[in-house]
Design a protein around this ligand. Structure first.
Ligand SMILES: C[S@@+](CC[C@H](N)C(=O)[O-])C[C@H]1O[C@@H](n2cnc3c(N)ncnc32)[C@H](O)[C@@H]1O
Length: 243
């Protein structure tokens, strides 16, 4: 199956799954991350390092928890997600748009910041997502990618594995939908490796890439700055006459 076809199928499945668990998502998120996710999101808003008033796009915003922290930091935030049910559960009044991160309904160079929380695992390849991010960001715009991670130390890795494959599906079964939370635990294997993510950021036209390991390595935050010109590949593609 071609990659775009597989990605379209995965997006459909992911959308259906999040539509099903939307009502319980926030509660489950807090339970399975033991409340640590709140601190991670605050750090994401801080490390974006944008002045108040900057326009930020929250990709795969879900119920908008990250957007809320950006709003609290004075940033003008717009959320975007493929799941209408997730966005309907948002307790905030912040603007949000139904859309796909891989085909953003947003003008070129129109936002100063982009964040994406806990969604990289849902993409077969991060390159198309980063290409869209580069397109809509202004030169020197900032990106912050928050994701789960797998600890490096063998002992922590062992404990983390048990936690992900027993506690998380059990919490999902008790509070929502076991199969969905089994998928979320399994999806950890789909995390882009650190080096690959950093290389993809550079190839997409980002510099100043910084990685923060959070809570003993169970989460990660990667930030970067869009260089004044977009990636050479993107610029070359734009210069081609239409076929
Ligand atoms: C684990 S939730 C994260 C929500 C939120 N960012 C947070 O910090 O809690 C992942 C979200 O990614 C969204 N998503 C997955 N694939 C997407 C796509 N192709 N375009 C837009 N949203 C997508 C899902 O609908 C879901 O709301």
């Amino acid at each position: 199956m071609a990659e775009s076809e597989s990605q379209a199928k995965r997006t459909r499945n992911v959308r259906q799954m999040f539509n099903q668990i939307a009502v319980r998502y926030d509660l489950l998120n807090t339970v399975v991350s033991l409340g640590l996710d709140r601190g991670w999101r605050k750090k994401t808003a801080k490390e974006l390092q944008l002045a108040p008033g900057g326009v930020v796009l929250d990709l795969a915003c879900g119920t908008s928890p990250l957007a809320k922290d950006l709003d609290a930091a004075g940033l003008a935030t717009v959320g975007l997600d493929i799941s209408e049910q997730m966005m309907q559960q948002s307790p905030s009044e912040l603007p949000h748009v139904l859309g796909d991160c891989l085909s953003l309904p947003i003008r070129d160079r129109s936002v100063e910041g982009i964040v994406c929380g806990f969604a990289l695992r849902h993409f077969i390849s991060v390159a198309p997502l980063l290409a869209e991010a580069t397109r809509v960001l202004q030169p020197y715009g900032r990106i912050a990618l928050l994701e789960l991670d797998i600890p490096r130390s063998p002992w922590l890795k062992f404990g983390h594995r048990i936690y992900c494959h027993t506690f998380i599906p059990l919490a999902g079964w008790l509070l929502a939908e076991k199969s969905a939370y089994k998928y979320l635990a399994d999806s950890l294997t789909m995390l882009p490796p650190h080096e690959l993510l950093e290389r993809c950021l550079q190839e997409a036209g980002f510099g100043d890439v910084q990685r923060f390991s959070l809570s003993l390595g169970i989460a990660q935050l990667v930030t970067a700055t869009k260089l004044s010109t977009a990636s050479p590949q993107l610029e070359a593609a734009k210069d081609q006459p239409p076929a």
